[in-house]
Ligand binder design. Structure first.
Ligand SMILES: NC(=O)C1=CN([C@@H]2O[C@H](COP(=O)(O)OP(=O)(O)OC[C@H]3O[C@@H](n4cnc5c(N)ncnc54)[C@H](OP(=O)(O)O)[C@@H]3O)[C@@H](O)[C@H]2O)C=CC1
Ligand SMILES: O=C(O)C1=N[C@H](C(=O)O)C[C@H](O)C1
Length: 269
């Protein structure tokens, strides 16, 4: 089979540059387009140079239409508004859309579901193997432990991150809620401040730290009487997310339209 032609949108971002590097290192995929927003400083720059590589012969553009038309898939780690716009164009072009963007609202998620009626979308709050395996373990632990074990999810990310809790924290919260057979929306406590009163039994709590250059640290604590079990993941490099995204694109090529997750890609669902 010929190489899968991939477009990176948000090419100048932290993940965009990492994706360009990982595509360069991976057999079976070729970079065919790099997109940034109108007015971005990177427009016209060679995408290889942008990622610290030799020239790739692909100039960064602000017009997604012609590049999507010649691609097999798009890797999208941008912003919620941009992702919704790219979902429409990817659906029209009938190409695979891998979405790593986090911070989408419930309405945004419904728009992604609607696009997935015609498009092949793989979306996950975390594209790494480790976090998706962690989610399986969290679901098992939550199922095995009774509600006297309080579940708390702690995450830390770099100072530039704009959404909280992280997409990963929410993915892990969903795994815990599924294990307990409760609704995350009803059980979650996302903010605590002031005189909060005692902890409600069965709550799934979230705590958010921001600082420095941390690529992504997540822990799920099961705190019981006299003992605490902690399940954790540490991302040492953004390459783990980019490798997962490329794997997802290759897995999705030629599949039926629909919305898929990284658990589907990794055979963990
Ligand atoms: N699922 C996963 O495994 C992972 C998800 N993420 C998520 O990916 C997203 C991006 O993260 P990160 O790379 O750190 O963020 P950055 O801000 O570094 O990168 C986002 C890039 O997208 C660009 N962009 C925004 N809007 C558009 C648009 N309309 N057209 C083209 N480009 C656009 C931004 O441009 P500008 O700066 O001009 O706005 C920027 O270059 C976040 O939501 C993050 O949470 C990150 C890592 C892993
Ligand atoms: O913004 C980031 O950097 C990351 N975002 C994702 C999230 O919100 O969980 C994944 C990863 O942790 C890095």
């Amino acid at each position: 089979m010929t190489d899968m032609g991939l477009v990176v949108v948000g090419a100048g971002g932290r993940m965009g540059r990492t994706l360009i590097r990982i595509i360069h290192e991976t057999d079976g995929v070729t970079l065919v387009g790099a997109v940034e927003r109108e007015g971005a400083e990177t427009l016209g720059t060679d995408a290889g140079i942008l990622a610290g590589l030799p020239p790739a012969g692909v100039a960064v553009t602000d017009d997604p239409l012609p590049v999507f038309a010649r691609a097999d898939g798009v890797l999208d780690f941008t912003s919620p508004a941009a992702t919704l716009a790219f979902a429409e164009i990817a659906a029209q072009a009938r190409i695979v859309h891998v979405v790593g963007t986090t911070g989408l609202s419930a309405d945004d998620e419904a728009a992604i579901d609607a696009a997935a009626r015609h498009a092949i979308i793989v979306k996950s709050g975390n594209m790494s193997l480790g976090v998706n395996l962690l989610a399986v373990l969290v679901r098992q632990a939550a199922r095995a432990l009774d509600p006297s074990f309080d579940i708390e999810i702690l995450e830390m990310h770099h100072r530039h991150k704009v959404d909280a809790p992280s997409g990963t924290a929410l993915l892990l919260g969903k795994a815990a809620a599924d294990g307990r057979e409760v609704s995350l929306a009803e059980a979650s406590v996302r903010v605590r401040d002031g005189h909060t009163g005692p902890r409600p039994e069965g709550a799934i709590g979230f705590a958010t730290l921001r600082g420095g250059s941390v690529a992504g640290d997540h822990s799920v604590l099961f705190a019981g009487e006299g003992e605490t079990i902690t399940l954790s993941h540490h991302a040492a490099d953004r390459a783990i997310f980019a490798r997962g995204a490329v794997k997802a694109a290759l897995w999705a090529r030629g599949r039926k339209p629909g919305r898929y997750s990284m658990a589907d890609v990794l055979g963990l669902s």
